[in-house]
Design a protein around this ligand. Structure first.
Ligand SMILES: Nc1nc2c(c(=O)[nH]1)N[C@H]1C(S)=C(S)[C@@H](COP(=O)(O)O)O[C@H]1N2
Ligand SMILES: [Mo]
Length: 254
């Protein structure tokens, strides 16, 4: 975490009250060895306490006037490493389908039209990248909860994994959410950005927006959503590309 982010976390913790200020203080302690290990990872105390304080609070939403004139693209700029994605891209994603499978009652294959036909949510939010930049953009798409409702999660499902088309540093990009964040009102499958179809460099045809978390959770080029009981046994087992490769926190609360 760079300085900007530690400061921001302190500020937002202040807004939540004294309890979370204590947690913010923990960011300093957490830099050292075993304590840090205990604080990070799925289901850590730190994460659980922070989320308990948040409840179902919404990330701040902005007005059209606040939108950034330039929203930079970061990480992968294409999903073309995946032949399936590439052939659909060549066809404007007209035949593309999102797969929803794993621990669900009804595995789904949803076209872009099917996603557009669901009730839509539009939100103007600030994207914060750990590399130290932010941008405000407008996102539209169905809530993930609507799609999960159609698929029907089995009782053993605890996580949703977002499998992406791209490779980053030669490895498949992926991310994951637990059921609380998956059902949060601002967790959407965005097929629109700033009033246009999601551009290729921002993750066409759909990307995740999970607005209470940092940029790396906002998976682009999502091809498949898999419901799982555990994140163990999948790639590095930490629930996401950056979590596995650099030890970034799985709960990336802003
Ligand atoms: N599939 C995929 N999703 C991704 C990434 C990526 O490289 N591949 N980069 C992440 C990071 S670190 C950030 S900051 C945002 C960047 O989104 P943008 O390109 O729309 O700015 O996407 C996130 N989601
Ligand atoms: Mo990022």
């Amino acid at each position: 975490m760079n300085d900007t982010f530690s400061r921001r976390r302190l500020l937002s913790a202040g807004a939540l009250g004294a309890g979370s200020l204590l947690l913010a203080g923990c960011d300093k302690l957490s830099k050292a060895g075993p304590f840090r290990d205990a604080m990070e990872g799925v289901g850590s105390l730190h994460f659980g306490a922070q989320r308990a304080l948040m409840g179902d609070a919404l990330a701040r939403e902005f007005s059209e006037a606040d939108m950034s004139p330039n929203f930079r693209a970061n990480g992968s700029r294409t999903g073309a490493a995946n032949a399936d994605w590439a052939s659909h891209a060549a066809n404007n994603f007209a035949q593309w389908k999102l797969k929803v499978d794993g621990l669900v009652l009804r595995p789904l294959e949803l076209s872009l039209d099917a996603l557009k036909a669901l009730p839509q949510r539009t939100q103007i939010t600030r994207h914060d990248c750990v590399e130290g930049w932010s941008a405000i953009g407008k996102w539209q798409g169905p809530q993930l909860s609507a799609v999960l409702g159609m698929a029907g999660l089995l009782p053993s499902a605890r996580f949703l994994v977002f499998h992406c088309a791209d490779l980053y540093e030669g490895k498949p990009y992926y991310e994951s959410l637990d059921l609380i964040e998956a059902h949060h009102a601002q967790t959407i499958l965005a097929w629109q950005m700033n009033g246009q179809h999601l551009p290729v460099d921002h993750g066409a045809p759909i990307r995740l927006r999970s607005e209470r978390q940092l940029g790396y959770k906002q998976a682009k080029y999502v091809m498949r959503i898999e419901a799982r009981s555990t994140l163990a046994g999948l790639y590095g087992g930490k629930g996401g590309f950056w979590e596995d490769s650099r030890g970034y926190q799985w709960w990336a609360g802003i």
